[in-house]
Design a protein around this ligand. Structure first.
Ligand code: XIL
Length: 360
């Protein structure tokens, strides 16, 4: 039974709490180890034909052995939570810092993990020299376009052959489906999007190039704007291969409708889809009921992915509440990931395991 077909309100915590506890005996290995809860998520995902990923906090990776071990053990895809963003890689104009990104790519290679590149063109986490230059008029439109071209080309080339999927543009639409007001739209007009994809493709023709945004899980004005954009770009021969759905949910807002239908329409365009930043926050304090709802939400997104052949990658935005970005951004909310601050597995972890074990 796929949970996304069920009314989520009706899900009982008990269902999910027992989900990870199996009755298998040692003689039904290799499945036995999965049922008894010892097989890592990546082994289960592999059988389901899915990459299971996490965002990686590079400071935690360096300092926290338990964190580092879990990234390697549980996941076969990694995304830089911050270190591939423009403000990090080019803090001063022409001065690059690739140390964090290089380290992540090396870490992944050693562990047979793929890397999702995140992100090339965004309105946020831009370097100060760039935003200031645009604001004070010292960087005009023509120069801005060549700066953007250089940024995309330099970063994509550096990791050519090592990035499976690139989030080329991130969060370019407003909720109503109009293009987001940003320095890119204001200075360059809407053509910056096609340009970015063409530049990225020229720099690494094998990387799958993605659009990426939040609040686009279901069919709504924003996801429809992406659908229309993707359709038009592909008709024009622009190399856009994927639609990335961040998947930052909150239990107090309800589970999005029409997720399978949304994935299906992008699949019909011949595109890949991916869940790229899944977490499910709640108003603190957490309790058993909220954690059960959270588990059902994780499972709902995972099942939608498993239900679509277009969806081959499911990434969580951190796997422990210890380092989650949520409490710092959404006041009074948190507990958004698969494990607690002590790495103890939450019902959501069991739900994801169970979903992967059921497979497609
Ligand atoms: C967040 C990181 O998790 C934080 O550490 C950082 O301070 C801000 O950015 N959508 C995205 C991600 O595409 O890059 C954001 O990551 C979360 C929302």
């Amino acid at each position: 039974m796929k949970y996304f077909r069920m009314p989520l309100v009706g899900l009982l915590s008990a269902t999910l709490l027992v989900a990870g506890v199996g009755t298998a005996t040692a003689d039904d290995a290799p499945q036995g180890s999965a049922r008894s809860g010892t097989a890592p998520l990546r082994a289960l995902a592999d059988r389901a034909g899915l990459r299971i990923g996490t965002a990686v906090d590079m400071a935690a990776l360096a300092d926290d052995t338990a964190y580092r071990r879990m990234v390697g053990r549980e996941f076969d895809s990694v995304t830089a939570e911050n270190v591939m963003k423009w403000e990090v890689v080019e803090p001063a104009r022409g001065t690059y810092d690739w140390s964090g990104a290089d380290e992540l790519v090396r870490f992944a290679r050693e562990r047979g993990q793929v890397v999702r590149g995140h992100t090339l063109v965004w309105h946020s986490q831009l370097p100060g020299w760039l935003t200031t230059g645009v604001a004070d008029g010292s960087i005009g439109a023509a120069e801005l376009r060549s700066i953007l071209r250089k940024h995309v080309t330099t970063e994509v080339k550096r990791y050519k052959g090592r990035i499976q999927q690139w989030d080329v543009v991130n969060e370019v639409f407003e909720e109503d489906g109009s293009l987001r007001d940003s320095i890119w739209l204001r200075e360059l007009g809407p053509s910056y999007i096609a340009d970015a994809f063409r530049w990225a493709h020229a720099a690494d023709p094998k990387a799958k190039l993605f659009l990426n945004d939040y609040n686009v899980e279901g069919v709504n004005a924003k996801s429809t704007a992406y659908y229309d954009l993707a359709k038009r770009l592909r008709a024009e021969g622009v190399p856009v291969q994927g639609f990335g759905i961040q998947g930052h949910l909150a239990i107090q807002y309800g589970f999005p409708g029409d997720v399978p239908e949304n994935l299906a329409r992008f699949a019909r365009l011949g595109m890949q889809t991916a869940f790229t930043e899944v977490d499910v926050r709640m108003i603190l304090p957490a309790d058993a009921e909220k954690l059960a709802t959270q588990a059902a939400y994780f499972r709902g997104l995972l099942d939608a992915c498993l239900g679509s052949r277009s969806c081959r990658s499911f990434t969580v935005w951190g796997f422990t509440d210890k380092y989650s970005w949520v409490p710092g951004v959404f006041a009074g909310q948190g507990a958004a990931t698969l494990t607690g601050e002590d790495y103890g597995r939450k019902p959501a972890y069991a739900a994801v395991r169970e979903g992967l074990m059921e497979g497609r």
